[in-house]
Design a protein around this ligand. Structure first.
Ligand SMILES: Nc1ncnc2c1ncn2[C@@H]1O[C@H](COP(=O)(O)OP(=O)(O)OP(=O)(O)O)[C@@H](O)[C@H]1O
Ligand code: SF4
Ligand SMILES: [Mg+2]
Length: 335
């Protein structure tokens, strides 16, 4: 495995005490594999990638437990500085909003050439030639002309392609794409996704595709992790998870794909598996400080029963053995 995360905890410290934002039993990415991380807003998708790269938004958030092994090296005990060195080199990253990562006062050519020269000992001229080559690889037309432009002169899709080019400079082993197409027009999204998929194959890179969009992972990933409240609740081959979801939360997500694409939609108000309706407000939401006992989804699950509020369900094989889900009632809920 290129990346192997085990029992990873990320904790936020505030005046009201410490709270675990992430409690990740297991997540791995093999060499050359594309893995999807899906879940609604706040489920811990971004925090999962930040645990690897240590780019936490505030010092109050820290990695407090578990093991993260990347390319044979244990990252969890490394000083932040050493992890920093991996970023941009062995680990490339793309975010939702490319404009935040591009310096608005520099032309694209300057930004790309500077980055190339940070990574490789080459002169200005060679750096510029490589920049042109990279822009070609991300299928930007007239790359020489593109180098002369400022970020504001590019469309959203073009800016995201420049970001992808920048992520490729260090020839990363793992590319983490966090909602790479969410800010783009629907018509542009497909092009950027197929580019990512093609590059992943050609460069033999591994990819972690983070998204709230279940429809998107179907075509771009080999395996899937479904997250809820900082935990993995279901995982397996993408095909298997999408065709025979076991966890009530995954079923809920799949039932509500069209409306769910609107971020922030309240899932409890949506119809759930097997024609039953969730009962909004029927159960208390999970405690906001500290982690609740039992199943993280119990507060919103139409199948919840007493055991669910007491005992945390471990990930275990589905009744047909196809993949893993963390629910006490997999057998009763059925395929
Ligand atoms: N700066 C912060 N300070 C405190 N808590 C935070 C901060 N950023 C995120 N969190 C909390 O961490 C948890 C996981 O958030 P995360 O950003 O990983 O969600 P996400 O799945 O990426 O959501 P989205 O789809 O909205 O990007 C959430 O409970 C969130 O409220
Ligand atoms: S363990 Fe219980 S509460 Fe959790 S998803 Fe399964 S049935 Fe619902
Ligand atoms: Mg996020």
């Amino acid at each position: 495995m290129l990346l192997q995360m085990k029992d990873v905890k990320v904790t936020v410290q505030s005046s009201s005490g410490a709270r675990d934002l992430l409690n990740l039993s297991e997540l791995s990415v093999a060499e050359g594999e594309a893995v999807g991380v899906v879940g609604e807003t706040g489920s811990g998708k971004t925090m999962t990638s930040l645990a690897i790269t240590r780019l936490f938004p505030t010092p109050a958030i820290r990695l407090t437990g578990g093991s993260i092994s990347f390319a044979g090296q244990e990252l969890s005990g490394l000083p932040a500085k050493d992890v920093e060195r991996l970023r941009g080199k062995q680990i490339g990253m793309i975010f939702q909003d490319p404009s935040t990562s591009l310096n608005p006062v520099f032309r694209i050519g300057r930004t790309l050439s500077d980055l190339i020269r940070e990574h490789h000992k080459v002169g200005r001229r060679t750096a510029r030639e490589r920049a042109v080559e990279l822009l070609r690889r991300v299928e930007l037309p007239q790359p020489e002309e593109m180098l002369e432009r400022y970020p504001f002169e590019l469309s959203g899709g073009q800016r995201q392609r420049v970001m992808i080019a920048m992520a490729l400079v260090g020839k990363p082993k793992l590319l983490i794409a966090d909602e790479p197409t969410t800010a783009l027009d629907v018509t542009i999204q497909a092009g950027v996704l197929s580019l990512l998929k093609r590059l992943q194959r050609e460069e033999a890179m591994s990819m972690m595709m983070i998204t709230h969009n279940m429809g998107l992972v179907a075509h771009t990933t080999d395996r899937l992790y479904v997250m809820y409240d900082g935990e993995v609740v279901e995982t397996g081959e993408t095909k298997r998870v999408l065709t025979s979801p076991g966890h009530p939360y995954t079923r809920m997500l799949l039932r509500s794909i069209p409306s769910w694409e609107k971020r922030g939609t309240k899932l409890s108000a949506l119809p759930v598996a097997d024609g039953r309706e969730a009962e909004p407000g029927g159960e208390p939401a999970p405690a906001s400080d500290g982690r609740p006992n039992g199943c993280v989804f119990a507060g919103r699950c139409p199948y919840a029963e007493a055991v669910c509020r007491k005992v945390k369900p471990e990930l275990r094989p589905m009744p047909d053995g196809s993949h893993l889900a963390g629910c006490h009632r997999l057998e009763e809920i059925g395929a």
